[in-house]
Structures are given as structure tokens and as C-alpha cells.
Ligand binder design. Structure first.
Ligand code: FES
Length: 171
């Protein structure tokens, strides 16, 4: 994807700003920026990712410098800075997971999906990404599906079951 495509985005609809307002209302009037993470999450929920243009619209709405919003988007793994597949798989690559077959899990996923870390399958179904520690080292190796569903004690067999199940859900 070109950098222009990453920047481009249509104006956010009024319904999205109405959702922003509900989040802003949860904080004191002079602390609108407290809603920045919630607003970015709304953008991602509705568009699937957060473009630079969306960041600017959030910044303007909350009265923040665009760079401050960009810092939030780039700090947290959960915000997609470019379009991703329907299922985003984040494999933890930190040491405890890597000491318990995390690399095997990652390579098996790359093999099964035919993509490398950071790529999306041609059918738009899967995006493979790495993740920092998600605080579940005792359950390693772990991966997250769409930032919400944690899969623990992953093995090649469990990976196969998960991929088959997600593909079947599309059929
Ligand atoms: S290192 Fe993977 S969850 Fe902590």
C-alpha cells in the first residue's frame, strides 16, 4: 500500500462523532483529551484501522495536537495503522513465550498462511503480527486474535484447529 493510501480517508460520519461525544461526556469538560483512546477505538471499530487523516479528525475534535494523537496510535499495538485482514493474529515474541516454542508457533503460522510476519493473506482473511508480552507468560506461548481473544499454550495442532475453524466460519 502506498503512503498516500495510508494517509487518505474520508471525513468521519456524524454518527461517529456522536459516539465520540458519549466518550467525551465521561470526563470533566476541560479534559476532552481523556477520550482519545476510546475515540481511536471507535474509529478502528468502524473503519478497521486508523489513518493519519482519522487521527487528525480525532485531534481536532478533542482539541489536541495531531502528533499527540499519533503518539497514542503508535504506542499501542491494538491500533491498526493500515488496513488488516478480518482476523489479526498477534503472536507474542517476547522471551518467555520464545523459550516455550513461541518461534515454532510463529513459523507454523507463517507456513500455514503462506505469509510472513506483518503481511496479510491475499484473500484478506488473516494478518500476522508480532506482539509484546501480553502478561500471560505462564500460559505461553500465546497469541491474540483481533486484540481481544487470547489463545494460550499454543501448539502446531492448536494453530491448525484455530485456522481451520476461522476459515470454516467464512464458508
Ligand atoms: S512473554 Fe509472551 S505473554 Fe509474556
Amino acid at each position: 500500500m502506498s503512503s498516500d493510501a495510508i494517509r487518505a480517508s474520508a471525513p468521519l460520519p456524524a454518527a461517529t462523532f456522536a459516539r465520540f461525544e458519549k466518550e467525551v461526556a465521561k470526563s470533566p469538560a476541560d479534559q476532552r483529551q481523556s477520550a482519545v483512546m476510546a475515540c481511536l477505538a471507535i474509529v478502528q471499530q468502524e473503519l478497521g484501522w486508523v489513518s493519519l487523516d482519522s487521527e487528525k479528525q480525532v485531534a481536532e475534535y478533542l482539541g489536541m495536537p495531531p502528533i499527540a494523537v499519533h503518539e497514542v496510535t503508535t504506542f499501542y499495538n491494538m491500533y491498526n495503522q493500515r488496513p488488516v485482514g478480518k482476523y489479526k493474529l498477534n503472536v507474542c515474541t517476547n522471551l518467555p513465550c520464545q523459550l516455550r516454542d513461541g518461534a515454532t508457533v510463529l513459523h507454523h503460522l507463517e507456513h500455514r498462511l503462506g505469509i510472513k510476519m506483518g503481511e496479510t493473506t491475499a484473500d484478506g482473511l488473516f494478518t500476522l503480527q508480532q506482539s509484546e508480552c501480553v502478561g500471560a507468560c505462564a500460559d505461553s506461548p500465546v497469541l491474540l486474535v483481533n486484540d481481544r481473544t487470547m489463545c494460550s499454550f499454543m501448539s502446531t495442532d492448536k494453530i491448525d484447529q484455530m485456522i481451520d475453524g476461522l476459515k470454516k466460519a467464512q464458508a
